[in-house]
Design a binder for this molecule. Structure first.
Ligand code: ASP
Length: 300
């Protein structure tokens, strides 16, 4: 990978994706290959929004590579609470760490931060923008289950505010993938993303009803309605609980469909699906470790 920072999935070529995924597969096969590769290096974690998987898997990945982390902690317990700017925070943490992982509620925050520091910055989610390291682990999981060419992927839920959706949709344009977007009208993909997909010549269809497309899908990527991004609670209430994947719904799916979800889920996948062969979301979350190991290995 020839990038200093990982800010959006738009910057990833097919070759970049394959480089990260192949290295992740090596680490997956032989975790001892990673030991001490980055001994003495430090990863700075700056999370201005809640996180479980992204933060813990970056931390696990760093430690498996022999590196360690320094963590800003919660916004509540940091100087952000005293009014410190993002630019100042990242310039300070740059002095402690060899790379930064940043999550922030404002779209464009990671790009802005990258302009202030010389160490690599990984965007771990910028508002409703992008979440490219999530996309790499999504692609890893899709590749393991269905391969990345000549497949149909359904992406369902909050396509408007879902940053994992925006990143995945862009990255899939590098592959021979038919993308089917399923959402209520009010949560359609943003115009800018639709424009980019169109420009890249991607094979894209939009649907309001999952039934129209479910039997053709190899992967169904379900997402949470991003309640925290809605400007008003009534708008959220109008779409909350609009869809739920249950074993009954999946009766019309191919036997080898993989149901994925970046997690956390709220009520969009029923717990009864967890025990079926469709459920791929916990494995997907576990793949965050080898994929982020590969990413850090290439960036550090
Ligand atoms: N964990 C993912 C994110 O940070 C998905 C979600 O929160 O719904 O974007």
């Amino acid at each position: 990978m020839r990038h200093d920072h990982l800010l959006t999935a738009k910057q990833l070529s097919r070759e970049d994706v394959e480089t990260v995924l192949d290295r992740a597969a090596e680490f997956d096969r032989d975790p001892s290959a990673a030991r001490e590769r980055h001994a003495g290096e430090l990863l700075g974690l700056c999370f201005f929004e809640p996180s479980t998987r992204t933060k813990m898997s970056f931390e696990t990945a760093a430690k498996r590579l022999g590196a360690d982390v320094v963590d800003m902690g919660s916004v509540e317990s940091s100087s952000v609470k005293k009014g410190e700017s993002l630019a100042d925070t990242v310039r300070v943490v740059e002095g402690y760490a060899d790379a930064l992982v940043l999550r922030h509620p404002k779209q464009g925050a990671a790009k802005m931060a990258s302009e202030y520091v010389d160490v690599p910055v990984v965007n771990a989610g910028d508002g409703a923008g992008h979440h490219p390291s999530q996309t790499l682990l999504d692609l890893y999981t899709i590749r393991e289950h269905a391969g990345l060419d000549d497949i149909s992927v359904g992406i369902m839920g909050d396509l408007k505010y879902g940053r994992t959706v925006h990143s995945l949709a862009h990255a899939l344009t590098n592959f021979d993938v038919r993308q089917h977007f399923v959402s209520p009208e009010s949560l359609r993909l943003p115009r800018s993303v639709r424009y980019d997909l169109h420009e890249s010549g991607a094979q894209v269809r939009e649907h309001e009803d999952l039934e129209d497309v479910l039997p053709n899908l190899d992967v169904l990527y379900v997402t949470r309605i991003q309640r925290e991004r809605f400007p008003d609670e009534d708008e959220y209430e109008a779409v909350a609980g609009e869809y739920s994947i249950t074993p009954d719904v999946l009766e019309r799916a191919k036997d080898d469909l993989s149901v994925m979800h970046p997690l956390p889920r709220v009520d969009e996948i029923a717990p009864e699906v967890d025990d079926t062969d469709y459920a791929t979301y916990f494995e997907q979350a576990h793949n965050g470790v080898p994929v982020r190991m590969a990413l850090l290995d290439l960036l550090l």
